[in-house]
Design a protein around this ligand. Structure first.
Ligand code: MG
Length: 382
């Protein structure tokens, strides 16, 4: 039995945060929650979590008075920097389960004070990969299932022996669909294998999620884009693979359940008993793999191009995508217009993007420009 790990959980009321707290509840001898942060949308749940796990410090983006009246003595921090403040509490592991590039500041804040980060917020690496990796990769354990798989597969060889990595993609709900013109929000939110938050689910339907994950893998594992590929695997059991130079491919497999990668990351790359159910070999089943149709799903190649050009382009791509996905979820644009708007935003802004990102404010400025352009395009498309 290891020692008790002090955990800070950012985005505690979201899908990742809720599952992390279930793992904590099942393993009270392994984890103690020392800080929670979430947006102010679900203040009731945040208060409930803080009470249940006797959390001493809680952060939220607003509704401070309400939270204090629910919590009494607990130390409450509010405002846009609350998550970053909570992330810089010295602790065992900070789980960043925030959705969107607003998670970048808290990731940097956690790393700056020497904390380990269980990183579920892929946008930290997409929008600010150079800034995050300036701290090195040693203290970052990915939570994204594909990157958790790669992290585990990398342990079977030396990085100099790696030919390439292969990210698996479920293909989302529209893998076999021939016509995207009448897709509804409900269709896009109906993911065949994974239960996730709405933004990631829509990103999985456009396959932008896989595009962002290629950029994430580039930074996290210091790999050139030519060594990162993706393949459709509808069952979502093989979470990703590493091909070594001797022709061996190492894969990590488990039925789709985010508790596996969350538990692995928050325990500091240790294996918690029964974190998830293993593959059931007593039943017949098959794993399929097929190439991605990039004509139907242009998001992956768009993301790859932005990644290869580097600088501010991945941040532009991601911010425009966040705007477009919100607009789609709000019924303002069609499914197909999501990637059209992202591509047009990248084209409009790409030439002006600075070559290097030096600090967080560089990222914020680029993202701000991208959001303005993307919002204009949403208005025009309505
Ligand atoms: Mg993933």
């Amino acid at each position: 039995m290891g020692e008790l790990i002090d955990l800070v959980i950012l985005g505690s009321t979201g899908s990742i945060g809720i599952q992390a707290l279930e793992i904590v509840e099942e393993n009270p001898d392994r984890f103690r929650v020392v800080g929670l942060a979430s947006g102010s949308k679900n203040i009731q749940l945040l208060a409930e979590q803080a009470r249940k796990f006797s959390v001493p410090v809680v952060g939220t983006t607003g509704r401070r008075d309400e939270l204090i009246s629910l919590l009494g003595n607990t130390h409450v921090i509010d405002g846009p920097l609350a998550a970053s403040e909570i992330a810089s509490i010295t602790c065992g592991v900070v789980l960043n389960g925030i959705t969107g590039s607003v998670g970048l500041g808290p990731t940097l804040a956690a790393l700056a004070v020497g904390n380990k980060v269980a990183l579920a917020n892929k946008e930290s690496l997409v929008a600010g990969g150079d800034l995050v990796m300036a701290y090195g990769s040693e203290r970052i354990i990915p939570v994204d299932s594909e990157h958790s798989a790669l992290y585990q597969c990398f342990l079977s060889g030396k990085s100099s022996e790696v030919n390439k990595v292969i990210l698996t993609a479920s293909g989302g709900p529209f893998r076999e669909r021939k016509d995207f013109s009448d897709i509804t929000v409900a269709d896009a939110l109906n993911h065949p294998t994974w239960a996730m938050g709405p933004v990631v689910t829509v990103n999985s339907a456009t396959l932008m999620n896989k595009g962002l994950e290629i950029i994430e893998a580039h930074y996290l594992f210091n790999l050139p884009y030519s060594k990162i590929s993706a393949v459709i695997h509808p069952q979502s059991v093989v979470h990703s693979m590493v091909e070594f130079r001797d022709g061996s491919t190492i894969a990590q497999a488990s039925p789709p359940n985010m508790k596996g990668p969350i538990a692995y990351a928050i325990s500091g790359a240790n294996r918690i008993p029964k974190a998830t159910l293993p593959v059931d070999w007593s039943k017949a089943h098959s794993w399929d793999f097929s190439p991605i149709d990039s004509a139907m799903f242009p998001a992956i190649e768009l993301a790859r191009r932005c990644g290869e050009l580097g600088g501010g382009l991945p941040a532009i791509l991601n911010a425009a995508n966040e705007v477009a996905v919100d607009a789609f979820l709000a019924g303002k644009i069609s499914f197909m217009q999501i990637i059209e708007i992202v591509e047009a935003s990248v084209q409009k802004l790409g030439g002006n993007s600075p070559v290097t990102i030096r600090e967080l404010s560089d990222v914020s400025a680029i993202e701000n420009d991208s959001r303005i352009i993307a919002n204009q395009l949403v208005q025009e498309h309505k």
